[in-house]
Design a binder for this molecule. Structure first.
Ligand SMILES: NC(=O)C1=CN([C@@H]2O[C@H](COP(=O)(O)OP(=O)(O)OC[C@H]3O[C@@H](n4cnc5c(N)ncnc54)[C@H](OP(=O)(O)O)[C@@H]3O)[C@@H](O)[C@H]2O)C=CC1
Ligand SMILES: O=C(O)C1=N[C@H](C(=O)O)C[C@H](O)C1
Length: 255
């Protein structure tokens, strides 16, 4: 039986993944967290603070933890020669460089959202932004629970990348990520981001394409974390046995 290892095991997502793993025919080899406390899964697998030991024991690794731990997780998976699914968000350029390096040695899939619905939405956003042209303004609004620590969400950035790809532009140099005070008029061609935080919202995303006299709104609402957990398990199973390289959810879902 295939065994998964979970980096960030005691977190909200780590627990959600543990709750659906056996439905998918997987066992849990163990997990890591910032503290070595407790166990995870029906088998009572140990939670430690040692990513190398976990990567040695598991067949596939899944990371829903914090960006600061990513380098150690990549190194552990490369050393053990094991595939890694990264769901952690808030990643910066140097994290993506490190993922690219690791992907020359192992199979890695990094995504801001593992759900089928959001990844289909990204394909629709790309199509809409290609067809509408850059005189339509694109704004992305997201809302998450009060505990979320990064903004914009990884999903908002994923949707922004899809919109930018549809227009054949670079997202980093065409983003507006914080308006406050006398901002001046909207800069043509920018993709805007707005983040709301509150309550227990699992994840809402709305992409607004605003033209002169009309608006298109494409959105997704996550009702719970199980959709992310099932998507993560599906992606991890798909990664098993894949050649080294960097993969995306679109590869898994055939989108
Ligand atoms: N791609 C996707 O589809 C989704 C991505 N996410 C992302 O996943 C990440 C986790 O989300 P969530 O579960 O809600 O967050 P939580 O804060 O609930 O969980 C994060 C866990 O990581 C642990 N952690 C901290 N440092 C380390 C470390 N060095 N090694 C291992 N574990 C560590 C934390 O421990 P402690 O609390 O003790 O510090 C905590 O248990 C976030 O970046 C979130 O945005 C979330 C949902 C879906
Ligand atoms: O932190 C969360 O909860 C979520 N994070 C991911 C993100 O940043 O987009 C995915 C999902 O929206 C939930």
């Amino acid at each position: 039986m295939t065994a998964i290892g979970i980096f960030g095991a005691r977190g909200r997502m780590g627990q959600a993944i543990a709750s659906v793993a056996s439905d998918a025919g997987l066992t849990i080899a163990g997990g890591t967290d910032s503290l070595a406390q407790g166990t995870i899964g029906a088998e009572g697998a140990a939670i430690t603070t040692d990513p190398k030991a976990l990567a040695g024991q598991a067949d596939i690794l899944i990371d829903f933890s914090v960006p600061a731990a990513l380098d150690a997780h990549l190194a552990a998976c490369v050393e053990a020669g094991k595939p890694l699914l990264i769901g952690t968000t808030g990643l910066e350029g140097h994290h993506h460089d490190a993922i690219d390096q690791a992907a020359s040695r192992i199979a890695v899939l990094q995504t801001g959202n593992t759900s089928l619905g959001v990844n289909l939405l990204a394909a629709l956003v790309k199509e809409a932004s290609t067809r509408l042209g850059d005189d339509w303004d694109i704004e992305i609004v997201e809302m998450h629970h009060r505990h979320k620590v990064d903004a914009p969400s990884g999903t908002a950035l994923l949707l922004g990348q899809a919109a930018a790809a549809g227009r054949n532009i670079d997202l980093a140099s065409h983003s507006e990520r914080g308006r406050d005070g006398i901002t001046g008029a909207r800069k043509a061609g920018d993709i805007g981001f707005a983040s709301l935080r509150g309550g227990s919202v699992a994840g809402d995303h709305l992409v607004i394409l605003a033209g002169d006299g009309e608006r298109i709104e494409l959105g997704h609402r996550a009702e719970n974390r199980i959709i992310f957990a099932r998507g993560a398990i599906r992606a991890a199973q798909w990664l098993a046995g894949k050649a080294p390289g960097r993969y995306a959810m679109a590869d898994v879902l055939g989108l």
